[in-house]
Design a protein around this ligand. Structure first.
Ligand SMILES: [Zn+2]
Length: 305
């Protein structure tokens, strides 16, 4: 079903990249800039991520002997340096997720470049390493993101959803390795229920959510794609859900022939195969469109009659 699967290291059937977005309370400030300070309950729910969730996730990874990728907004790294330090000490990848979780697709190119640079500088300062990977807040990757990110030295992204294999996203100004995301592997649709964030899902059981995530894993294992999730420490770092994460990793390990890797490792593997002429990835050119479709011009009907 998947055409042109990547030859994974050691003959693995698929690659698995566990990722966590440590949004913390940046998303509350962004949603309610004038009175986020008055909304203490939601703030406490989100601070659970860096303060309780991340230490627990890092501990679990140590137990299981696996490395994950953490996406962190620059502001959150500055606010919660201890959480970032734990990620670094655990050998995990720290990648970029905006500065204050602002949305690139809603900004001018100049604004996006400013915030991306500010976020990357903050991550570099707190973690000691300039980030190489990126996920746009809310997956809101813009027409300019490829140019801006490749110009800043980023090598991979996981905001787009255009394939089951890693692929190349190419713009006039550069290119990145894309590790495609998919909403089925995000924990917000399963669990997040909060008035202040205007996101009110019926809360799924960990077992139900795991069925959704593992169906994607079984499919990637069968046909050779890449499995990249998007969990959040404030949400899936909670005890019952992290027990589910452990169970998922154990099931994957038991099944075998799975390459557990960070995003950066998968991107480097793809580049290596390409440089040796062993793999020719699909190339997606962006942006797909510029401006409104001519058929949707207000006078199109009048002019075309
Ligand atoms: Zn986020």
């Amino acid at each position: 079903m998947i055409k042109n699967p990547v030859p994974w290291p050691n003959g693995a059937r698929c690659a698995v990249v566990f990722t966590w977005d440590m949004d913390a309370d940046a998303i509350l400030h962004l949603a309610h800039p004038n009175d986020a300070d008055t909304r203490l309950s939601t703030n406490s729910m989100l601070r659970y991520g860096p303060q309780i969730g991340v230490p627990r996730i890092v501990e679990l990874c140590k137990d299981m002997g696996v490395k994950h990728t953490f996406f962190v907004p620059g502001w959150c790294a500055e606010q919660y340096p201890d959480a970032v330090e734990l990620m670094v000490k655990g050998g995990h990848e720290v990648a970029l997720h905006g500065y204050l979780h602002e949305y690139p697709s809603e900004m001018t190119r100049e604004q996006e470049e400013f915030w991306t640079r500010k976020g990357a500088d903050a991550i570099a300062k707190v973690s000691g390493l300039y980030p190489r990977g990126y996920r746009a807040p809310w997956y809101k990757y813009s027409r300019h993101s490829t140019d801006i990110l490749s110009g800043l030295g980023f090598v991979w992204d996981t905001s787009l959803m255009g394939d089951d294999n890693p692929y190349i996203v190419r713009s006039a100004g550069g290119e990145l390795v894309e590790l495609p995301s998919r909403w089925q592997l995000d924990d917000w649709p399963q669990f997040v229920h909060n008035h202040d964030l205007d996101f009110m899902m019926p809360i799924a059981s960990p077992q139900y959510a795991m069925d959704v995530y593992m169906a994607e894993f079984e499919a990637m294992w069968e046909y050779g794609g890449v499995w990249v999730n998007c969990f959040h420490p404030f949400c899936s770092g909670q005890v019952a859900r992290l027990m589910m994460v452990r169970k998922m990793m154990e099931t994957m390990q038991r099944k075998g022939d799975v390459w557990f890797a960070t995003g950066e490792e998968v991107a480097a593997h793809l580049r290596q195969l390409m440089s040796e002429g062993k793999y020719d990835p699909r190339v997606d050119h962006v942006p797909y469109y510029t401006g409104r479709l001519p058929e949707l011009a207000e006078d199109y009907f009048i002019r075309s009659r």
